[in-house]
Design a protein around this ligand. Structure first.
Ligand SMILES: NC(=O)c1ccc[n+]([C@@H]2O[C@H](COP(=O)([O-])OP(=O)(O)OC[C@H]3O[C@@H](n4cnc5c(N)ncnc54)[C@H](OP(=O)(O)O)[C@@H]3O)[C@@H](O)[C@H]2O)c1
Length: 355
């Protein structure tokens, strides 16, 4: 069993800890955070060992009646691997502690690329992380792009990719980011996402632009990909993408017209925290004109990086290869299981004679 310490128990850390708990080869050694708030109290209810960021925080937890098992340093001592899901910049500060103790670390996309030995996406460059001391899982938008571009590149060669990322203004709890009543080019020029995707797909010519909009509901990406060797029609592209468990086709035919409908899918599915771990690819949007393929995909910013974090843990500990790890992760979480298109229900519906 791999003992995983989760440092930072916010949007991403909570979800990674829950996903670790669902794997047959991992166990949560504990979670660490800074303040003794409702999230700490609720974690305590599930018997998750809680650690405080430092000695001062230990005292604050104690005064709030929440017992801790020590500090981040104690958790790192007791873990085989650390997933650091602290706010951008804090991971870079913690990195020294992980290096000093020789504990492999999985950091997040809010950190700069040089925070870790290698940036990581389980579909694009799993092997590059094998045995690394530290890896950085790409951010939510970049994870979505890498998952899409890797299979297209393998099948047809990606000559160039251009994407506009319509980005949610903040997560549901980030009230300090709003209310925002605007539509903002963010940044005004090219966004950093392209450089991050090139960290895991170095040969892909990609450019990205971002627009921030007043919602907490998902990111929506428009992606335009020029292919070296395009197939005869868009159906072939659909077939290629349909083979990817982490790309989930969603269709207007099933009443899914936008991100609000997708959030309702998450709620109806009774997945933990209504998470949609897959890229949500709007099936009707997939078009091919000459060598240019275009589509829309929506990304659940709070959860799409979760499967990648689980795979990153296996990559740095060297316990499974890419295919095995993705399969284990997907099966344990139920990735690819939602009936969001008639094709999916037809595929899994029992046929005459089935038991
Ligand atoms: N949210 C997203 O949409 C998203 C998507 C993909 C990647 N990411 C990346 O994931 C990382 C985490 O983001 P997030 O949104 O999950 O952040 P978050 O919700 O703000 O959570 C951060 C957590 O870190 C804890 N923390 C802060 N300083 C700490 C310290 N010194 N030691 C231990 N714990 C500490 C906080 O504790 P308290 O709550 O007690 O203060 C909180 O539990 C960032 O790099 C971000 O860019 C975020």
């Amino acid at each position: 069993m791999i003992r995983v310490g989760v440092v930072g128990y916010g949007t991403i850390g909570k979800r990674v800890a829950a996903a670790v708990g669902r794997q047959s080869d991992m166990v949560v050694a504990g979670v660490a955070k800074r303040s003794p708030d409702y999230a700490a109290a609720l974690a305590r209810e599930t018997a998750t060992p809680i650690y405080a960021s430092d000695e001062d925080a230990v005292a604050a937890f104690e005064s709030a009646g929440i017992r801790t098992e020590g500090t981040v340093a104690d958790l790192v001592d007791r873990a085989d691997v650390v997933v650091d899901a602290t706010p951008a910049g804090v991971g870079a500060e913690n990195r020294e502690l992980y290096a000093e103790t020789g504990t492999p670390a999985v950091l997040q996309g809010g950190e700069d690329a040089d925070v870790a030995d290698v940036s990581f996406n389980a579909r694009a460059n799993y092997e590059a992380a094998a045995g690394a001391d530290s890896v950085r899982v790409l951010s939510c938008n970049c994870t979505g792009l890498a998952r899409l571009l890797a299979p297209l590149d393998e099948a047809y060669g990606v000559r160039s990719a251009r994407a506009t990322l319509v980005r949610r203004g903040g997560d549901p709890g980030q009230t300090d980011r709003g209310p925002i009543n605007d539509i903002l080019p963010d940044p005004m020029g090219e966004s950093h996402h392209a450089a991050d995707v090139r960290e895991v797909l170095p040969d892909v010519d990609i450019r990205t632009h971002g627009v921030k909009v007043p919602t907490t509901v998902m990111h929506l990406q428009t992606v335009r990909v020029r292919l070296d060797d395009p197939p005869a029609n868009a159906r072939s592209v659909r077939r290629t993408l349909a083979a990817e468990p982490r790309l989930m086709f969603v269709t207007g035919e099933f009443g899914i017209e936008g991100c609000g409908d997708l959030m309702d899918v998450g709620r109806d599915s009774e997945r933990p925290r209504t998470d949609l771990w897959e890229n949500c690819v709007f099936e009707e949007s997939i078009e091919l004109a000459g060598n240019e393929c275009t589509l829309f995909q929506a990304i659940d910013q709070e959860s799409d990086v979760v499967p990648e974090n689980i795979d990153a843990i296996r990559a740095v500990t060297g316990v499974a290869d890419a295919g095995e790890s993705r399969h284990m992760t997907d099966r344990a979480l139920g990735v690819g299981s939602l009936p969001t298109s008639p094709a999916h229900t037809a595929e899994v519906a029992p046929v005459d004679g089935d038991a």
